[in-house]
Design a protein. Structure first.
Length: 538
């Protein structure tokens, strides 16, 4: 797959001629009654299991153990009477296969040379051996024919390989694998960043880090779920299509339902329905699912993303801080096999990041005042805040409320520089319409944001339980929307009616799964999402 003599080829150079040649091979196989895409193969094991079981074999040592396995051909070297190939499975495990004319027959070896290309999926039956160079290998050998295998083949000869096959094409690839080239710095390059995102299947085939990310993501999601289950939380699925978008300050995607002839919104958060479940008696509830926000795209934002939200009756934002830290530390341990108290992850750039121990907790207004050199409180006039913002180069929208200006100043001077995991506590009321007012600091709410390596990763509230205050907050948001704020919430009467039924004291937290993967791996958000949205070409 490596061609160091070509420094700057087109990495995904699938020329029509290559496709034509492979398509012709497929047609020839089909015409001969040989399945190019068999429905089933006599597989008895996997590459991974063979490597684990026979890792002890010395160079030149052979066994009489026969196996049937399959993988994608990623390397091939054909000789006159002996051919070598390397098969790779979906996890990146590799094994060498050897096909000898003396073992498989001259005709079979000739067919292999003519029919099999790099990128094909190949089945091989044979003995497990170690080559003279110490390479664990499968030495292809015709299989013994059982009556059951013969009967199955006779019933469907164009859908199954011959029952005595020493090898068979498991899937004929009509497109070649992308070329790899070596840069002047010695780095092997297969696909550009844009091509890796657009053709994620090729990224997964050719780049171990892409395959690792899929498995890390799965391990993290499993860890989160199991952690919640240990705490007696119930997992709930809430609607993605909603008549009213709520639960966050964000612009929604709009769609139309023909059956009811009504506009609907793709949800921007799961909060409203999960809280209604708490009203109904589901005291501990969580959801991991998709949210959609019709906003910008960059290295830490995606319009479609996976979010975790959790609510616990009779907890508060302090309890949710402890929960969130444990969720993240446990996820690091589970995904990377780390010990408790030693949650240090290795990032993509090779550096280490420490998530262990207790995390700092700082005050929003106090830290902003210190960084600005001016005391800021909830009583600071909006016009004064505008001057402070402009002094540090920030533009202020006409509809921005005082609390939003404070948050923007904080983000510029403090938040973007918070490297160690840090909870930022106590946000203004005018930017936190779903949050309980602070128990001892008028004008503030009991809300924190978690910052990791300079970006916001999660948030939590002591949830607002008073339906009268909630209605007032929604009305204030409606006024903000009338003044031009495109992210203001709308009044949700169904939610208010539910709250009037009695919403218990409650703590709630939310965290983007994609951003959590960024925390644990040091990758950008598009690398953490298996198939992120990209603009179509042409």
């Amino acid at each position: 797959m490596t061609d160091s003599s070509t420094p700057t080829p087109s990495p995904a150079d699938d020329t029509p001629e290559q496709v034509k040649v492979r398509a012709a091979k497929r047609a020839r196989l089909m015409e001969a009654g040989i399945p190019a895409y068999p429905v089933r193969l006599p597989i008895t094991t996997t590459i991974k299991k063979v490597r684990e079981k026979y890792a002890h074999l010395e160079a030149g040592e052979e066994t009489e153990d026969y196996v049937g396995l399959a993988g994608r051909v990623i390397l091939a070297r054909n000789g006159g009477k002996l051919c070598f190939a390397t098969l790779m499975d979906g996890e990146g495990n590799r094994i060498q296969v050897m096909l000898s004319a003396a073992s498989v027959g001259a005709d079979s070896l000739a067919a292999y040379k003519n029919d099999v290309d790099l990128g094909d999926h190949l089945f091989v039956h044979g003995r497990v051996i170690s080559s003279r160079r110490g390479e664990l290998s499968i030495f292809a050998t015709p299989a013994e024919v059982t009556s059951e295998a013969q009967a199955a083949y006779d019933a469907a000869p164009t859908a199954l390989p011959a029952p005595d096959a020493s090898w068979a094409i498991a899937s004929k690839a009509l497109r070649p694998l992308p070329k790899t080239w070596t840069t002047e710095a010695g780095e092997e390059i297969t696909l550009s960043e844009d091509q890796r995102i657009r053709r994620r299947e090729l990224d997964l085939i050719t780049r171990p880090a892409a395959r690792d990310m899929v498995r890390i993501r799965a391990a993290v999601n499993r860890s989160l779920r199991e952690n919640f289950f240990r705490r007696d939380y119930i997992e709930l699925e809430t609607p993605m299509l909603q008549a009213i978008h709520g639960g966050a300050a964000a612009r929604p995607f709009v769609t139309h339902m023909n059956a009811l002839d009504m506009d609907l919104y793709l949800r921007i958060a799961t909060e409203i329905y999960l809280k209604r479940a708490v009203v109904g008696g589901v005291d501990r509830v969580f959801e991991i699912n998709r949210n959609f926000r019709n906003e910008g795209m960059d290295s830490s934002h995606s319009p479609e993303f996976t979010a975790l939200e959790a609510y616990e009756a009779y907890s508060d934002y302090n309890g949710m801080a402890d929960l969130t830290r444990d969720l993240i530390q446990q996820a690091a341990r589970d995904a990377f096999d780390l010990s408790e108290g030693e949650e240090v992850v290795r990032l993509a750039d090779g550096t280490e990041y420490d998530l262990s121990g207790e995390w700092d907790r700082i005050d929003l207004y106090g830290s902003t005042s210190e960084a600005l050199g001016e005391e800021i409180t909830v009583e600071t006039p909006r016009e004064t805040l505008v001057k402070y913002a402009e002094r540090i180069g920030l533009e202020v929208d006409d509809y921005a409320v005082a609390g939003k200006i404070v948050e923007d100043i904080f983000e510029e001077l403090v938040g973007s520089k918070l490297w160690a995991p840090t909870f930022v506590y106590d946000f203004p009321e005018d930017t936190s319409p779903l949050t309980r007012y602070h128990r001892s600091r008028p004008g503030l709410t009991e809300k924190w944001d978690l910052y990791v390596r300079g970006f916001e990763t999660g948030t939590a509230y002591s949830e607002l339980a008073d339906p009268v205050v909630q209605r007032e907050r929604f009305e204030a948001q409606a006024l903000a929307a009338a003044n031009g704020d495109p992210e203001a919430m709308v009044l949700d009467e169904d939610f208010l009616v539910a709250m009037e039924q009695g919403f218990p004291p409650c703590g709630g937290m939310g965290m983007g799964i994609d951003r959590l993967l960024m925390v644990l791996t040091g990758q950008g958000i598009r690398e953490t999402i298996p198939f992120p949205l990209v603009k179509r070409l042409g």
